[in-house]
Design a protein around this ligand. Structure first.
Ligand code: ZN
Length: 221
């Protein structure tokens, strides 16, 4: 009788759906501010944000890349995290695209934004369900000059052109930006305006570049 009740309990537990579409896993390694390796071998790219890149070949990394890595590592390494997906589950490199939650319920993607160690990166192909929340986190960091937002920026264009379809912004000269149809085109006076509206810098024309660069060998940073 007892064991039958137990079996029923286990069956009920197994059948109950998880609170969100996602799964939990242990974090084995942290590559940078927005990419991790799970203990089961899967790689995860954090969704909705972009952290500065580390040049693992030993070249120069982007400003605050090592700070973002350390921050991310402190939060997730050795922890069990819950992954939540949003439409497209994988990117073209086979990495899972996910919102990553800590055991205390905090979302790592948002924490990076709040500390100015990443900016938003939305994709038109997914729902971007945390769009407003992410923009608030980014705005908060921007207003207090945290992380990326406290660094000097090269002013390389008198204004910027956003593409409503791709959610990227460009210098007025960028060939990608110029291809934007008139209906999808939006003009921003400053890069701050573009970020605040949920746009991210084009990888090609790099309309937003921080001046200071950091090297991996820098001690004590
Ligand atoms: Zn561009």
């Amino acid at each position: 009788m007892k064991s039958a009740a137990l079996t029923l309990l286990v069956a009920l537990f197994l059948a109950s759906p998880s609170p969100c579409s996602g799964d939990s896993a242990l974090v084995r390694q942290v590559y940078d501010g927005d990419t991790i390796l799970l203990a089961d071998g899967r790689k995860v790219r954090y969704l909705g944000i972009d952290a500065p890149e580390i040049d693992h070949e030993g070249g120069r990394s982007e400003v605050l890349a090592w700070e973002a890595l350390r921050f991310n590592r402190r939060l997730v390494k050795g922890n069990s995290v819950r992954l939540e997906f949003d439409g497209e589950k994988k990117d073209r490199y086979g990495r899972l695209l996910a919102y990553v939650f800590l055991p205390d319920g905090g979302m790592v993607n948002a924490l990076l934004l709040k500390h100015g160690l990443a900016h938003v990166l939305f994709f038109p192909s997914i729902s971007n369900r945390y769009r407003e929340f992410f923009l608030r986190c980014q705005q908060e960091a921007m207003e207090s000059g945290k992380g990326l937002w406290g660094k000097s920026v090269k002013r390389i264009a008198p204004y910027y052109l956003g593409n409503r379809r791709t959610l990227r912004f460009h210098t007025p000269q960028c060939p990608f930006g110029r291809k934007t149809g008139p209906r999808n085109r939006i003009r921003f006076k400053t890069w701050r305006e573009a970020f605040a509206a949920g746009y991210s810098p084009c990888r090609r024309c790099r309309p937003w570049a921080l001046m200071e660069r950091s090297a991996p060998s820098t001690s004590g940073r």
